[in-house]
Design a binder for this molecule. Structure first.
Ligand SMILES: Nc1nc2c(c(=O)[nH]1)N[C@H]1C(S)=C(S)[C@@H](COP(=O)(O)O)O[C@H]1N2
Ligand SMILES: [Mo]
Length: 253
């Protein structure tokens, strides 16, 4: 039987030394380039809470996801039995400790200087929609939760202000204006986006945003503003609490 021939090359000590030196040089060039790139990024100007090139990255993503967003596509829903009973409370900016829910009104700014005051009874008079979906927070947790309220698109239609959907953004603020979000109009008009007044079939608890919060399943938790005080329309991006602190403005998933 013929002996199997290995074709391992024989490597001399000199070659080994050469390769070792080359890989060391390669290693230091790699580290150096990384360091320079980091230093460059570190000294770039700030763009709303993050370095400008990173903000640019968010904006490129936003263009791609915004342009492929289909507002008729529904987020996955779950059976009632999947909804958790103990819903996590996360984030209390702008919630206050002694907010009087009974005298609450939502300021609907149709245009600057033209504000309608909306009561909870006004909201509840509109058709009710429920959604059970996987609520996702950017902190890394998620929960299947059950919400009830009025579709934002129904709210516009029933108030005869569907023409306001021509604006690019909706801005929402808590009554004390401490928490605020800006949301693109197509996400607001998606049929699962609710002006929400119920959780698990009961009135919203205080810490969950009583009497009215936003539920917007196409977005991460940061956009689901609790306790809506003001609602307005704009073609410029409305101020956004977490975007100002370095998070993605679009925050879709
Ligand atoms: N007013 C207000 N709304 C808010 C927040 C907040 O701090 N203040 N936090 C947001 C974040 S980060 C998440 S994950 C959800 C949590 O909603 P939950 O407390 O009902 O679970 O609320 C959002 N809405
Ligand atoms: Mo969150």
């Amino acid at each position: 039987m013929e002996e199997h021939k290995h074709n391992d090359e024989v490597v001399s000590d000199r070659q080994i030394r050469r390769r070792t030196i080359l890989s060391f040089i390669g290693f230091f060039v790699f580290i150096g380039v990384g360091f320079l790139a980091f230093r460059w990024l570190y000294h770039t100007p700030d763009a709303a809470g993050v370095h400008a090139p990173l903000r640019k990255g968010y904006e490129v993503n936003e263009k791609i996801f915004g342009s492929t967003f289909n507002k008729n596509k529904l987020v996955k829903t779950y059976p009632l039995s999947a909804a958790v009973k103990n819903v996590r409370v996360n984030g209390d900016v702008g919630m206050g400790n002694d907010f009087d829910v009974s005298t609450w009104r939502m300021h609907l700014v149709r245009k600057p200087g033209d504000t309608l005051l909306i009561s909870l009874a006004d909201i509840k008079a509109l058709p009710k929609t429920e959604v059970i979906f996987d609520f996702k927070c950017i902190e890394g947790w998620s929960q299947v939760t059950h919400w009830g309220g009025v579709r934002f698109s129904d709210f516009l239609a029933k108030n005869g202000i569907t023409d306001l959907a021509a604006f690019k953004y909706v801005g929402l603020q808590t009554p004390d204006k401490q928490y605020y979000v800006g949301i693109d109009m197509s996400s607001m008009m998606q049929p699962q986006t609710l002006l929400c007044y119920e959780m698990n079939g009961k009135p919203l608890p205080y810490d969950q945003g009583a009497p009215l919060r936003l539920i917007i399943p196409v977005k991460y938790g940061i956009k689901h503003l609790k306790r809506i005080g003001y609602l307005f329309f704009s073609n410029q991006k409305p101020p956004d609490y977490w975007a100002e602190r370095g998070y993605d403005y679009y925050s879709g998933h």
